[in-house]
Write a protein that binds this ligand. Structure first.
Ligand code: GLN
Length: 507
């Protein structure tokens, strides 16, 4: 059906990795595109989609940007890829990324770093974001485990949507951390992201046990309907606004814990302006407290490597990868030759994960992090007016909460529809700065994206531009601009349509 025309060549040194000026966004690409869509006519161009290289496709290799999978051809196609092809869209190429999705700047790739000019494209779906920015596709598919769709979207000036966990099938998505992995969409507009999301969410996949069944979707849909009926009632009581009356009564949560000292000035300004824009169209702003946010990043960096260390056990030269001699490490050897092909960050995560799962450390690390994850989920349930459809309402009574949580919740039970905060604390850093950073500095970029991941909530990053000369609100940014600032909208579980709906305001 399609033919490979280009395959990126790996090289070891950063200097020779990518030709100057190139974003190095694609690892492989196809040709022979056709306009096969439902609305196709002779005059409409074919719709092209870039797919992150950890999602398997039947015509192109799937490498996860890893030396170990550099020649891997999947025998089948991912569920989401099939859905895109059924729409008549063309998978035009496989996008570069951080190896196995581990990273925040798309620099940990066997095929060389993705470049957003001199700046970080964000990661790990940086290749998906830059293939859009380069105009190579209409939208791009990525995966988001702890922010990997939203962070590149924020840094590259495009829209990045991570749906609720369990909506889009993970069949054919090479796992990084199964309990967090989510397929997401990057596009130039919310509308395009919405169209792609709907295409991939059009049917339920029975082969992925972590995908919500139709029955659960129906139940969750009922909960959502109750919440939106309530919102409509509130809207009728609001002051009439000629332009956008539907937004009367919408309550926007502003999480006080996200106003951290490290927040770059421009980011704080963008956040403030996005809030006043919402106020101007009739929304009510409500300060909310998510007290466990401060522990979310640490919990994420225990849970994700733990799951990764288990997932990556299959790269043993028998099931995946190639067997080297001598096959096993002896004595002080940490990595046998067979497993030496992983990049440094992947090796670091395997070590971290193996340690936190070891019998001596598991109680103090892995189990504690699981508890923090629950508290993060509970914080969100506490502030959203819509009930979490996955939870028994009896289970999130404030009275049952730990005393520390109750004491921290000084702001009381705020009942909001959406939460708005920045996607990242800073503007995109320069690539050479990133390469000098410690791994922990790198992890800090995810501080605002991991809470929604731990709770499995739908979240979107919308590009926002602030001009230093005026206080005027300017919602559109030129893609790839280093002054783009991602504003994140988070909704209750299964309120994906609500999140996408309110995001349209920013267009
Ligand atoms: N930066 C985070 C990590 O390295 C998130 C990655 C992702 O969402 N795939 O784990």
């Amino acid at each position: 059906r399609r033919r490979i025309v280009c395959t990126n060549r790996p090289s070891s040194s950063l200097a020779s990795r990518a030709p100057l000026g190139s974003s190095n966004a694609l690892i492989s690409s196809t040709t022979g595109w056709e306009n096969r869509g439902e609305d196709a006519s002779e005059n409409t161009p074919p719709i092209l989609v870039a797919v992150k290289d950890n999602i398997v496709t039947s015509d192109l290799l799937t490498t996860c940007a890893s030396a170990l999978l550099q020649n891997y051809q999947s025998p089948y196609e991912a569920f989401v890829a099939t859905k895109l092809c059924e729409k008549g869209w063309n998978i035009m190429g496989k996008a570069n990324m951080d190896e196995f999705g581990m990273g925040s700047h798309s620099t940990n790739s066997f095929f060389g770093a993705v470049r957003n000019g001199e700046y970080s494209a964000g990661g790990s779906s940086g290749g998906s974001a830059m293939s859009l920015v380069d105009g190579q596709c209409s939208f791009a598919i990525g995966t988001d485990t702890g922010g990997s769709v939203r962070l590149p979207a924020a840094y590259s000036g495009v829209v990045g949507f991570k749906p609720s966990y369990g909506l889009l099938s993970r069949t054919g998505v090479i796992p990084y951390a199964n309990s967090l992995d989510t397929v997401g969409v990057l596009a130039h507009s919310v509308e395009a992201a919405h169209t792609a999301f709907r295409a991939m969410n059009s049917t339920v996949d029975d082969n992925d046990p972590s995908t919500l069944s139709q029955e659960s979707r129906n139940r969750a849909g009922q909960v959502r309907k109750t919440a939106s009926d309530d919102l409509k009632k509130r809207a009728q009581h609001g002051v009439k606004n000629e332009t956008r009356p539907i937004l009367q009564g919408v309550r926007i949560g502003v999480p006080t814990e996200y106003n951290i000292i490290e927040l770059q000035h421009e980011v704080r300004v963008a956040w403030r302006r996005s809030l006043s824009m919402l106020q101007d169209v009739g929304c009510t702003l409500v300060p909310v407290s998510l007290p466990n946010t401060k522990h979310a990043l640490s919990a994420y960096y225990i849970l994700a490597p733990a799951e990764a260390s288990s997932n990556l056990a299959k790269y043993d030269g028998v099931r995946y990868g190639s067997r080297e001699q001598p096959s096993d490490g002896v004595g002080d050897v940490l990595y046998s030759k067979t497993r030496d092909g992983f990049g440094d960050e992947v090796k670091r995560r395997i070590l971290l994960g193996s340690y936190t799962l070891s019998s001596k450390a598991i109680d103090n690390y892995f189990i504690k992090a699981q508890k923090v994850r629950r508290l993060v989920q509970r914080d969100f349930n506490h502030v959203f007016s819509m009930a979490n459809p996955l939870q028994n309402p009896k289970h999130f009574d404030l009275a049952d909460m730990d005393e520390s949580v109750q004491l921290d919740s000084k702001l009381g039970p705020a009942q909001v529809d959406f939460i708005i905060c920045p996607t990242a604390p800073t503007l995109p850093p320069k690539l050479d700065q990133v390469l000098d950073q410690t791994p922990v500095d790198n992890y800090m970029n995810d501080v605002f994206t991991v809470p929604a991941s731990l709770a499995g909530l739908p979240a979107i990053s919308i590009p926002f531009k602030i001009s230093s000369s005026s206080e005027r609100y300017e919602p559109r940014v030129s893609a790839g601009s280093t002054s783009s600032i991602g504003i994140q909208i988070i909704g209750q579980y299964y309120d994906d349509e609500g999140v996408l709906g309110i995001s349209r305001l920013f267009e």
